[in-house]
Structure formats: C-alpha cells, structure tokens
Design a protein around this ligand. Structure first.
Ligand SMILES: *Cc1c(COP(=O)(O)O)cnc(C)c1O
Length: 443
C-alpha cells in the first residue's frame, strides 16, 4: 500500500492515544513505520529514525532482536495461547521461577521466608499489573482481619497506568482530573523529587501512616524514578524510609517497576538501588522486550498465604491472556539475552556518557535546565518560559528533521533508548539531542 493511502485510512478511522485528533488530522504527517531494527525505525518514505524512547519504553533490547523473534516463532509453532485456569504450561512456570530468582532480595540473607517475593500473577500490561496489586492488597486486608484498610497512599506525579484503579492511584493531573468522579479515594503525598527534598515527602507519608495507618491498604510508588512525571529522579533513601514506615504499621509497599524494572536504572530493579523488598512488584514493558504486551505482579509468600483456604478467599481476578505462552516465552528469552549479552555491564558502561551529555547540554545551552540521569535515562527541562516555552514539541520537530524520534513529556526532553544501543548509535543520539536543543534555543 502507498504511504499516502495508509495515512488516509488512518486519518479516517484510527483514534490515536494522547492525541488532539482535530489538529492531528489537519496538520500532522505521522511517521509511517514499515520496519524497525535495533534502535532504528524506518518510514515508508525510506527515512530512518533513531528511536530515542524505545517505542514508549518497551524496546529495551532494540527492535526485532533475532533471539526474541526466534523465541516467539518457536513458541507459536507449538502453543500460542491457552487459559491459565486449571491449565499450566512450561513458559509460564519456568518464567515464574526465573522472576522469583531475580526478584529484589531473592539472593539476600536474613529476609524472613514469608517476606520474599515468591509468587507471580500474570496479566497483560503495566496497567493491569498495577490493577492486580491494588486488588490483591484490598482483598488481602478484607479477608485477613483488617477490612477498614481500603485506601492507598500515592505520590504526586505518580503514573501507574490507564485503567480506573491505576488512574485512581495516579498523580498526574492531566491524566486523572477529567475522570475524578469515577476514581476511588487516595491520599496524595508530595513527590520526593520536588523542591524540599525527599525528607519532606517522607514526613507526609509517615504522618498519614502514623495517624491513619489503620485505613491504609498500601503505599504505591515508582521507586527512584518517576517516568511519566517527566523523568524525575529521587533519592533511594526515600524508598527505604517508606519501606520501614510501612513495616512499622504493617501495611503493604507496592513497587511499580513497569518502567524502571530490568536494568533501565543501572540496577536490575530500582528497588535494588534502595535495598528494599516490596510486598508486591509490578512488571511489564521491558519484560517482553517490545514484542507483545505482557505483565506480571510478584507477591510475597505472606500476601499469597492470605488467599489460601476456602473457595471464596481466592483472588477472583484474571485476564483472557494471563500468562500467555508467547509472552512468557519471549520474556524468558529477554532474561536470557540480558545474561548472555551482559546488558547490566553494557548499561554500566554507557550510563556515564548519558549523564555527562545531559549535564553538558544544560551547562552550555541557554534555557536548558535541570539535567538528570539514571542508568540509560537522561533528561533536561526547557525552563524559564521565554523563548523556550512550549519548546518540547519544537525540539520534537527539529529532531524529526534530523532523523530522531524524540517525543517529549511536556517541556521535558528525554531519552530512554534500547539498553543495548550500539555505541555509535548512542553517540548519534546524544549529539542529535544536543543539536536539536541548540537549534531551538537559537530560535
Ligand atoms: C507505562 C507505565 C504503566 C502502564 O503500563 P501499560 O503497559 O502502558 O499499561 C504503569 N506504570 C508505570 C510506572 C509506567 O511507566
């Protein structure tokens, strides 16, 4: 099909996410991607674009990694899908065992057996992985003697997904305000990344737990890095302090590592940066390497035990594609590629270059402020209004002309590329971002 015909059908029928459709239909010439390989996307017109955000943070091993494609094809040849009720299969059971072995605290001594993350509940994506954790926590307390525990504590700027439960615990006003009347009540604490430091945010969390801990089903957070809030990095000490405070009142800590999980931050999990074992850990995105949607919620043995016994104590929750064999087989191969290609070592080697580049941009380009970096994520803000107000999208346009797909978060310009991005492509990316910022700053 001709490129123009794809766009015509798209504009007639496709409703795009987070998109003001009237302006899009009138003015946007979308990329029409026909192929993707490694860190690159290829448009039908032949233009190649460097994918600066790993296609919304999923493609951590680059596009179409040959081993992942092979794992997918091999699995499809024998079993593509089956329900996970009364049925199991090798990909789901082996992946669960592998995730448990990698989980925060799995190899640490001195952690009580029931505080270890030993159980895996599968779902379809990041939002559902969070939804599972919310329902697990609520039902746990409902049937284990604390039915008044129905509220969640969440952080300003938090993003936990798009379903109504995940939206309820979210803290980005643009994503939640319009749905306000439909959302359940949560307690919002300040973000530890805000001015005032993590101590101020922690004081608020601690106060809620001290005064109302009896009503709190759990605290949910994105450990160390709030992604959708604009790549806000904060001190691991905050996560550790919240872990201690939740233990003091015996409520749950839910770690949403849908974005941070699997080496993005330079540690296997961001919880590992804090030395913390949560009660539930949500995974998706990198877990299936950008091949297909797949999610998992890890829970401790204690949480799991709270669902044993009579039939009505079961977690009455499931999705059609729970534990999908294709997703599970690809996820197992993702973990194997991480090992075989030393992805942690690659990140350790490349992360300092990301950090240095973003610091240089902020130091040398007028109007570019607040450089920050963690692992393979680097970001700056276009601050101070002035000629860079609304600059995120101007940088996006400049980037597109230079063969870079660099979607901003408001006025935050960031990268979160494939973790195995080749050195030359990383150079191209960092120099490209810098050149676009200079172009826009020059007006
Ligand atoms: C992306 C994201 C989600 C939602 O994941 P989906 O797969 O898009 O539903 C949840 N939590 C965090 C931290 C995320 O970054």
């Amino acid at each position: 099909m001709e490129r123009a015909d794809v766009v015509t059908l798209d504009k007639r029928h496709v409703w795009h996410p987070y998109t003001a459709m009237e302006a899009y239909i009138a003015r946007t010439d979308p990329l029409v991607v026909v192929r993707a390989e490694g860190p690159y996307l290829e448009d039908a017109d032949g233009t190649r674009y460097l994918d600066a955000n790993g296609s919304w943070w999923v493609s951590t091993l680059g596009h179409r990694h040959p081993r992942l494609v092979r794992a997918l094809v091999d699995q499809a040849a024998s079993l593509a899908h089956t329900a996970l009720a009364g049925i199991t299969h090798e990909p789901a059971s082996r992946l669960a065992a592998e995730l448990v072995a990698l989980a925060p605290g799995a190899q640490a001594a001195g952690i009580a057996a029931d505080q270890r993350l030993t159980r895996v509940f599968y779902s379809d994506n990041g939002s559902t992985a969070v939804e599972v954790a919310i329902k697990m926590a609520a039902q746990y307390w409902a049937q284990n003697g604390r039915p008044q525990r129905t509220r969640f504590v969440t952080l300003s700027g938090a993003f936990h997904g798009e379903t109504l439960g995940a939206t309820s615990v979210g803290g980005v006003p643009a994503f939640r305000d319009v749905f306000g009347p439909l959302l359940f009540d949560v307690v919002h604490a300040p973000s530890p990344a805000e001015e005032g430091g993590w101590e101020r945010a922690f004081a608020a969390v601690e106060q809620v737990l001290r005064e109302h801990g009896d009503t709190v089903a759990g605290v949910i957070l994105e450990p160390v890095l709030q992604g959708a809030a604009g790549m806000q990095v904060y001190a691991p000490e905050f996560v550790r302090a919240v872990r201690e405070a939740t233990r003091a009142v015996d409520t749950f800590l839910i770690a949403d590592e849908v974005f941070t999980g699997l080496e993005r931050t330079g540690a296997r999990f961001a919880c590992d940066l804090a030395g913390v074992v949560p009660d539930m850990l949500c995974l998706a995105k990198a877990l299936s390497g950008g091949l297909l949607p797949f999610g998992a919620t890890l829970a401790t043995e204690r949480v799991f035990s709270g669902f044993l016994g009579a039939k009505d104590r079961a977690l009455y929750y499931g999705h059609s594609y729970c534990g999908n064999p294709l997703g599970a087989a690809v996820a197992r191969e993702v973990l194997a590629v991480y090992r075989d290609e030393d992805v942690p070592g690659q990140v350790a080697r490349k992360a300092p270059r990301v950090k240095a580049a973003f610091e240089r941009m902020a130091a040398t380009i007028p109007g570019v402020v607040r450089p920050r970096a963690l692992g393979m994520v680097g970001a700056v803000d276009l601050g101070g209004g002035g000629y860079l107000a609304n600059g995120g999208w101007r940088v996006y346009e400049a980037a597109r002309r230079r063969g870079l797909y660099l979607r901003p978060l408001g006025d935050t310009v960031y990268i979160s590329p494939a973790l195995n991005i080749p050195d030359a492509a990383l150079d191209e990316l960092l120099h490209g971002v810098e050149a676009c910022l200079r172009e826009v700053a020059a007006g």
